[in-house]
Design a protein around this ligand. Structure first.
Ligand code: A3P
Length: 304
């Protein structure tokens, strides 16, 4: 992978937390903003599959499931490269000489499995023009917030999250990178009525993973035997992915992602917010949640 291939270029390099700009009011890495025109003009292929999610919703889990389905259960082929090299992350721009998500995608023959955290209004229009299949993963806001906080602590490719109290306010007001959780989940929820979008909940995946894997399989127009489906399941459990260097982000150098601060494969549960939210924060959250979500028809579970 790019980071490993180019490790010598990082000798003595001190990773700086990124500057944040915005595109149409959505906070994004300044490097992404600088190359936005090219991202917007990205040409999707009709057979490309896009995995979209707000950060920390279980994107990597879904990518692994989709890859296993596309490779018909061949786990070895899914170990061909780390997640970030197998499935270009469209809007990701790392410091040179690491290739951007766009460069990776453009150098890969379609059909590709692509990843994005972009809110629906910022998705390059060719995905809609080509009627691509999109799998959107949504996770309840409380667990997303906690997971994102710990991820920002360990990942220097994102802004320093500061203390939990400030992070809580920043997340609720949509000030974190990729913007408002509310706008993200609602925007994609509405898009599913007009496009080929399969909307999947992290909590449903946790409740019955095999059922959700089958949903994805049918959406992708695949027919896999019970045996192969079981292989997909076994390869994508939390434990299997945590131990898989091609899925657990351990190949990113520790000056970027420091798993000793918080591992990428952290807990993988529903309801961890209870260990982080104060009673007062929970009350504030519930008030704001009601204001933003009531009447939308979109509901989430915060425990199973
Ligand atoms: P936690 O931090 O709550 O543990 P993303 O891939 O969108 O960055 O999401 C990462 C979150 O998904 C992390 O949540 C991670 O542990 C969880 N996750 C990744 N693979 C998983 C799996 N196979 N089963 C359950 N959760 C998984």
């Amino acid at each position: 992978m790019a980071f490993e291939r180019n490790a010598q270029h990082f000798g003595g390099y001190v990773m700086q937390r990124p500057h944040i700009g915005n595109i149409s009011g959505v906070p994004l890495d300044q490097k992404t903003c600088d190359t936005w025109d090219n991202i917007w003009k990205f040409q999707a292929h009709p057979e490309d599959i896009l995995v979209a999610a707000y950060p920390k919703a279980g994107t990597t889990w879904m990518q692994e499931i989709v890859d296993m389905i596309c490779q018909e259960g061949d786990a070895e082929r899914c170990r061909r490269a780390p997640t970030y090299d197998r499935h270009p992350f469209l809007e990701a721009v790392a410091p040179k000489p690491v290739p951007s998500g766009l460069q990776l995608a453009e150098n890969m023959a379609p059909p590709r499995i692509l990843k994005t955290h972009l809110p629906v209004q910022l998705l390059p229009p060719s995905f809609w023009e080509q009627d691509c299949k999109v799998i959107y993963v949504a996770r309840n806001a409380k667990d997303s917030m906690v997971s994102y906080y710990h991820f920002q602590r360990m990942n220097k490719g994102l802004p320093d999250p500061g203390d939990w109290c400030n992070y809580f306010s920043s997340f609720l007001s949509g000030g974190v990178t990729w913007g408002s959780w509310f706008e993200h989940v609602l925007g994609w929820w509405n898009a599913k009525d007009h496009h080929q979008v399969l909307y999947i909940f992290y909590e449903d995946m946790m409740e019955d993973t095999r059922r959700e894997i089958e949903k994805v399989m049918r959406f992708l127009g695949k027919e896999l035997s019970e045996e192969v489906l079981e292989d997909v399941y076994q390869h994508t459990t939390f434990q299997a992915m945590r131990e898989n260097p091609m899925a657990n982000y351990s190949s990113i150098p520790s000056f970027v992602m420091d798993h000793s601060i918080s591992p990428f494969m952290r807990k993988g549960i529903v309801g961890d917010w209870r260990n982080q939210f104060t009673v007062e924060q929970n009350e504030m959250f519930e008030k704001e949640y009601k204001r933003r979500m009531e009447g939308t028809g979109l509901t989430f579970r915060t425990h199973l």
